[in-house]
Design a protein around this ligand. Sequence first.
Ligand SMILES: Cc1ncc(C[n+]2csc(CCOP(=O)(O)OP(=O)(O)O)c2C)c(N)n1
Ligand SMILES: [Mg+2]
Length: 360
Amino acid sequence: MGTVASFEIGYTQYLDARGEPKQDLPAFARDPAALLPLYRAMVLARHFDLKAIALQRTGKIGTFASAIGQEAIGVGVASAMRPEDVLVPSYRDHAAQFVRGVTMTESLLYWGGDERGSHFAAAPHDFPNNVPIATQVCHAAGAAYAFRLRGEARAAVCLLGDGGTSKGDFYEGMNLAGAWRVPMVLVVSNNQWAISMPRAAQTAAQTLAQKAIAAGVPGRQVDGNDIVAVRQAAAQALERARAGDGPSLIEAITYRLGDHTTADDASRYRDEASVKAHWAQEPVLRLRNYLASLGAWDAAREEALIKDCAQQVAQAVEAYLATPMPAPAAMFEHLYATLPAALAGQLAMAQRFAGTDTPP
Ligand SMILES: Cc1ncc(C[n+]2csc(CCOP(=O)(O)OP(=O)(O)O)c2C)c(N)n1
Ligand SMILES: [Mg+2]
């Protein structure tokens, strides 16, 4: 029997868990001026996460999905994008969104149940948070196809979880992207868990990156806690997309250090020792150690940054809490041109309940 096809999946890491370079670094990673904004963005995302969890605990927002431990993926990917590209995120991708210009106040509005939080003033082309698992891959493939059709040098960057790669929408979106060579970059945040389902139990595939191969799309793995590896892989995939060479998939290996959401208690299904061991791999300290080794970071700068982040987050929370609640009619708006009769009755009831009778 002869071999008719074969493939290899590469893995890239530049900075190891202690922040020491393992191979020659790309130019941006040798330049503290290029790395410092990335570090600041990661620290800000972590501050936001901790505050958002606290806000949920005190009833100020609804359920929240934190990105603690996954900051290098969001910041690395978004920092490689151009403003005209389009981000198609899941619900755990605020680190990427903040780099794109989405405000922390908008994010809090979203998690507080206010749809105005999905109307990003500074990132109007980016898609809103996507909660139905993997459906955003089809949206991204469609957006990327539109860019190709119009001859625009733009890319759709889709963020997805490991569990999402078990869904039909993932395979359908990838297949279309491969067949039509659309400018899509799909980044899989493999945080090892889909709620309580471990990575090993949800697919027999050796890697998630190889799922791209069947669609004729190149797939690779990177250390998702190494921002240099993530950013470099994203930049290369974006260059390919803009050059008309089609889509790519990047599997970023990371670990979900927190609960799935604030509605979850991960201690019920996973071992505390394993979580603790993964804290040694986390991305923020890794970059801080590397910056310190370049002489570009120290305790005083860290202290100043922490103060600045706390202040920025506090201001965002203040603006969120000061935003007047949407009218009850708002939840009926924008879905239909003409409200179906069954919902019209519910709208009338909501307005009676709220003491308003203004039609939407
Ligand atoms: C279509 C669909 N089915 C089920 C769910 C319930 N659900 C919410 S999150 C989740 C797990 C997703 O895991 P993964 O893709 O690895 O992303 P992560 O939450 O780890 O970032 C599931 C099954 C959903 N949101 N949408
Ligand atoms: Mg996951």
